[in-house]
Design a binder for this molecule. Structure first.
Ligand code: SF4
Length: 378
């Protein structure tokens, strides 16, 4: 893309800008592979501002790989709770265990070893090894791909495998070999704060004069749109049992408890975490939930289950738009269920109190809101 004299000028210009204007981010303060790794995993699909408090809380509790490897998974998921995409947290801990067992507690130095860790792909490995160890590996993710597509006026779906491979070659060719970690961060920073998805700020861009899309006047039209997966509408009805102390019942992650077929449809929707008794419904939410609850708790007579509808809520997960229908079931005593836990409803609403998904937290808030309104009007 850039050759001859242009290439060193481009590199110099971008690095100069990065050194002067980079954001002060917590994971940039120490070149520790563990911290960089943690930040890279948390930043997947999540904005920087949202990640920072999670990152700091997580590091305080698990300051190094060994602490993370030894922690109960429940604690790890609890501190991740609210960030979403929980497989990232599970993989992070599985990798930490592997690092302790096979690599003496130190993040591997070789690319192949890093790639063998659960949840570590080419991008994450390149980011950690270049930033923490100076490895000459160029990063390529959606953010960097967008910058490269604009710089080279690349059209079409960037994720198409041949195009992606060609972008990786471009990223490799542009990499500044003397400071690859800094270079990678500069490319990412450019994509995050200047060459942003919707409105690239070409007027203040440090590499504007090298950019073909800007010259052609098509910067804001690149990258071209990908074919989107059709949105699926889903409705979930959940039973929120409440006793007189406002305690409720959470069931264990569906993958460990799918004897009722609950796990298959529900597991991805509740991120394989603690959840209210719930079921995907189609035509008759209250009736279908009643059937489900009766199956889960055979000792309760159906006639004694009174479902009180609460406020509806909405939730979106990737291509699914979910309507959440919470129903309160008031009981003198919470029913027994193997492996379930009894918790205060208010606690379920607060971040990091339990390993639950945002979907479950929204259901709890719908119930708590109703409880508060009832208390106020009493
Ligand atoms: S000139 Fe505009 S489109 Fe080109 S890299 Fe800079 S911000 Fe992006």
């Amino acid at each position: 893309m850039l050759t001859g004299r242009e290439l060193p000028r481009f590199r110099k210009q971008l690095l100069k800008w990065f050194r002067e204007f980079q954001r002060d981010l917590p994971w940039r303060r120490k070149l520790d592979p563990y911290r960089i790794w943690l930040s890279e995993i948390m930043l997947q699909q999540t904005r920087v501002a949202a990640v920072i408090p999670y990152y700091e809380r997580f590091l305080e509790k698990f300051p190094d790989v060994s602490a993370l490897a030894e922690a109960p998974q429940e604690d790890v998921l609890r501190l991740w709770s609210g960030l979403g995409y929980y497989s990232r947290a599970r993989n992070l801990q599985a990798s930490a265990k592997e690092i302790v067992e096979k690599h003496d507690g130190k993040f591997p130095r070789e690319l192949q070893d890093a790639l063998a860790l659960p949840g570590v792909g080419r991008y994450t490995a390149a980011a950690i090894l270049s930033i923490a160890r100076g490895a000459k590996l160029a990063v390529l993710d959606g953010n960097v791909a967008r910058v490269l597509a604009r710089l080279g006026a690349v059209r079409g779906d960037l994720r198409e495998s041949r195009r992606w491979a060609s972008l990786q070659k471009t990223a490799d060719a542009l990499l500044e070999p003397k400071s690859p970690g800094e270079w990678n961060q500069a490319m990412m920073e450019l994509g995050a704060v200047v060459c942003t998805p919707r409105a690239p700020q070409c007027l203040i861009c440090p590499v504007a004069r090298f950019c073909r899309a800007r010259k052609l006047g098509i910067a804001d039209r690149l990258p071209e749109k990908r074919q989107k997966r059709e949105t699926q509408e889903v409705a979930i009805a959940a039973a929120i049992f409440l006793d007189s102390r406002s305690h409720t019942l959470l069931l264990p992650p569906p993958r460990t408890k799918n004897r009722l077929g609950e796990g298959t449809a529900l597991a991805p929707l509740v991120s394989n975490l603690w959840h209210f008794p719930a079921v995907q419904v189609r035509t008759d939410p209250a009736g279908e939930l009643l059937q489900h609850v009766a199956k889960l708790f055979p000792k309760i007579s159906k006639r004694n289950i009174v479902l009180k509808p609460l406020a509806k809520a909405r939730h979106a997960v990737t291509y699914r738009n979910i309507t959440l229908l919470a129903f309160r079931i008031s009981v003198a005593q919470l029913p027994d269920f193997l492996g379930a836990k009894i918790v205060s409803l208010a606690d379920v609403c607060s971040p990091t109190s339990h390993a639950i998904s945002n979907l479950t937290r929204k259901l709890a808030r719908a119930a708590l809101f109703r409880e508060d309104s009832l208390a106020a009007s009493a």
